[in-house]
Design a protein. Structure first.
Length: 103
């Protein structure tokens, strides 16, 4: 079984930073960056779980829910990742999004 600890740690860290960020930082783009990441992670998970189904887009639940959305999508993806390459790519996505978000 694939050890997805690096992904869950990266997702946890980003979510914690989002929760600690001031509202002004969330409004300046951190929440939008987090939502974009959550949508991408959710899309990847859905494609792995249900390749024959049209993926559903994660809704925008507001800037204060962005951290939770990243957590849910990241943990969902961690459950279905098939290999180390996919894991490394997902971790890189999370780390890059966190840098862009500035948190």
């Amino acid at each position: 079984m694939l050890d997805t600890t690096p992904l869950t740690r990266a997702v946890d860290h980003f979510a914690d930073r989002l929760r600690a960020a001031p509202q002004s930082r969330l409004q300046r783009g951190a929440a939008a960056e987090a939502l974009a990441l959550a949508r991408e992670l959710a899309l990847r998970a859905q494609r792995l779980e249900e390749p024959d189904r049209v993926p559903r887009e994660m809704p925008d639940a507001g800037m204060f829910a962005a951290a939770d959305q990243v957590m849910v999508a990241g943990n969902d993806l961690a459950l279905v990742l098939p290999d180390e390459a996919g894991l490394a790519e997902a971790v890189a996505l999370v780390e890059e999004a966190q840098k862009r978000a500035g948190v």
